[in-house]
Write a protein that binds this ligand. Structure first.
Ligand code: EAX
Length: 346
């Protein structure tokens, strides 16, 4: 009897020491990355940054971020390691932006459209046809207006580093070429989760269906939606040409893509590391845009070769049809900011 009690006590003691041993290690692992940085104690420790995005590993988002990682490592003599996660591995765009606020994620690259639910003024960039061409759009986002909007994210616990680019968005679908707004009548078109985007397709008679990017390919494949709208590099790298027949060059929205970092994380870094990150962001932005320009120069031909039927549209008819959207969102964006963006392109 005594022996039995003794062995039970011994087993209990043993398992208690094992449990105590495990408990210590877990706390250390993933959290350390952030925690270590958050405490600003960067002495000899490696600083690890995770940056997430939702697009394919062949898209300029990924290639631009890999360039960013390379530059940050160079500028910090290997002290800062940036790991890039593509294809929504770290969540959809909205999740990742919230992750920056909570400090559970260090960085993300997203289109501006999801930011309208964090700062309404960003909707000025979502207004249809507000930008006349790529050069004008880049000048506006890199100028005082774009900078002011990025800075406005600071109250939300987010720091905007630079504007990468997604680009001008075009409509694809499986039923017919879209030449004028009425052709969209009754079509179920996937949009980003953004009120201006949805209102724009609604006013043209379509049935806007907001959806996270990660669900889009399957929805097109299964035919739960008729079409979607994205820039050509996404139609190519996300293989939408496999599930969509018609591509109509509407160019209705220009999508800037800001590179964002968690404010609490950024402020835990030393000034030299902060500067390295800012410099690398600007250089990688230019690199990403150059890749997009090279891709866009040849994609109409390539997508045609891959079987897509591509058409130009009656742009004036589209611009006329979407004017009510400006009136609808003027109070949220302010007429002053809308005019500033238009004037800045003159
Ligand atoms: O920012 O969701 C979309 O259609 C966007 O183009 C994508 O999230 C990239």
């Amino acid at each position: 009897m005594f022996k039995k009690i003794l062995s039970i006590c011994l087993i209990l003691l043993l398992s208690l020491t094992i449990v105590a041993g495990c408990g210590g290690k877990q706390a250390e692992g993933p959290a350390q990355t952030g925690q270590n940085n958050q405490t600003g104690n960067e002495s000899k420790d490696q600083i690890n940054i995770r940056v997430g995005h939702v697009l394919a590993p062949t898209h300029p988002y990924q290639l631009g971020l890999e360039k960013f990682a390379e530059l940050v490592s160079q500028k910090t003599n290997g002290k800062v390691k940036v790991e890039v996660f593509h294809s929504s591995q770290l969540g959809n765009e909205r999740d990742m932006v919230e992750g920056l606020q909570l400090g559970t994620l260090e960085m993300t690259l997203v289109s501006t459209a999801p930011l309208s639910s964090f700062t309404k003024k960003f909707m000025v960039f979502d207004l249809p046809f507000i930008f006349k061409d790529t050069a004008s759009a880049r000048a506006v986002v890199d100028g005082p207006i774009g900078t002011q909007l990025l800075d406005s994210l600071s109250d939300q616990g987010i720091i905007g580093l630079a504007y990468f680019e997604n680009g001008f968005r075009h409509v694809t679908n499986n039923s017919k070429p879209i030449e004028k707004p009425e052709d969209l009548k009754g079509m179920k078109i996937r949009t980003m989760e953004n009120p201006v985007h949805m209102a724009t397709f609604k006013v043209m008679g379509a049935d806007p269906t907001p959806m996270a990017f990660g669900e889009l390919f399957t929805a097109l494949q299964q035919g739960t939606i008729d079409g979607q709208e994205n820039p050509l590099p996404i139609v190519e790298t996300s293989k939408f040409y496999e599930v969509q027949k018609y591509l109509s060059l509407t160019g209705h929205f220009y999508a800037p893509a800001p590179l964002l970092i968690s404010k609490s994380f950024f402020e835990s870094l030393s000034p030299d590391v902060q500067n390295a990150i800012k410099e690398a962001a600007a250089e990688a932005r230019d690199y990403e845009r150059k890749l997009l320009d090279e891709m866009n120069a040849k994609l109409v031909d390539e997508l045609q070769k891959k079987g897509m039927q591509i058409n130009e549209v009656d742009k004036e008819a589209f611009i006329k049809a979407v004017q009510p959207v400006y009136t609808q969102f003027e109070s949220h964006i302010t007429p002053e900011l809308i005019n500033q963006v238009i004037e800045a392109q003159k």
